[in-house]
Write a protein that binds this ligand. Structure first.
Ligand SMILES: O=C(O)c1ccccc1N[C@@H]1O[C@H](COP(=O)(O)O)[C@@H](O)[C@H]1O
Length: 199
């Protein structure tokens, strides 16, 4: 199970996520209680070893702006929560970057198709809200069969295992469910989440 811990804002939380076995760490570079600056991300990348993917998270920014901000932070991956087109995927790749294309669980069937992005992420209606949803509603979506995609929205150490199995997800992504309060990560919950997801 691929595990991404998102909304990290301190070097210590990055270290704990990496030590716990996270495959990816996310830095929110858009309006959010978890927002960090490109220079903060640059500093935290010192604690991200090769083999762990560091991702800049954006919402509604134009693709060109997200690419510029991510590049300034030293990132090679972006996660975009926006109404994208297949041409936007090409734009990201032409810029030499990799893409997690985020859609909501209520997206149209076409949005679940493979547009050539590195990963698809299926989230609740409001990203980063901690809202749970009907994860099992994904298990029969034809476009998701035999492809790698991430489940997000309302996951936590107690529900991640069952949610991922119900959805048929290849990987999981979490933010609110590993926090002590909005925007403040709980290091023990990060450890517990990775353990539960990978267990
Ligand atoms: O976490 C945020 O604040 C955020 C802001 C804007 C876009 C995406 C954001 N996070 C993403 O939301 C889900 C996590 O949701 P939850 O808090 O666990 O319910 C995940 O994809 C994050 O990358």
């Amino acid at each position: 199970m691929f595990v991404k811990i998102c909304g990290l804002s301190t070097p210590e939380s990055v270290r704990v996520a990496v030590e716990a076995g996270a495959d990816a760490v996310g830095f929110v570079l858009t309006a959010s209680p978890r927002a960090v600056s490109p220079s903060q991300v640059s500093g935290m990348l010192a604690d991200v070893p090769a083999g762990v993917t560091a991702i800049g998270v954006f919402r509604h920014e134009p693709v060109a702006d997200a690419l510029a901000i991510a590049r300034a932070a030293g990132l090679e991956w972006i996660q975009l929560h926006a109404d994208l087109t297949p041409e936007d995927v090409t734009t990201v790749h032409d810029a030499g970057m990799k893409l997690i294309r985020a859609v909501t669980m209520a997206a149209t069937a076409d949005a679940f198709a493979d547009w050539g992005e590195e990963l698809l992420l299926i989230d609740a209606a409001v990203p980063g809200s901690g809202e749970t949803w009907d994860y099992a509603s994904m298990v029969d979506v034809t476009a998701l069969q035999d492809r790698n995609w991430l489940l997000a929205g309302g996951l936590n150490p107690d529900n991640v295992s069952q949610a991922a199995a119900a959805a048929g997800a290849w990987g999981v992504d979490v933010s609110s469910g590993v926090e002590v309060s909005r925007g403040v990560k709980d290091l023990d919950k990060i450890r517990a989440f990775v353990k539960a997801a990978k267990g």
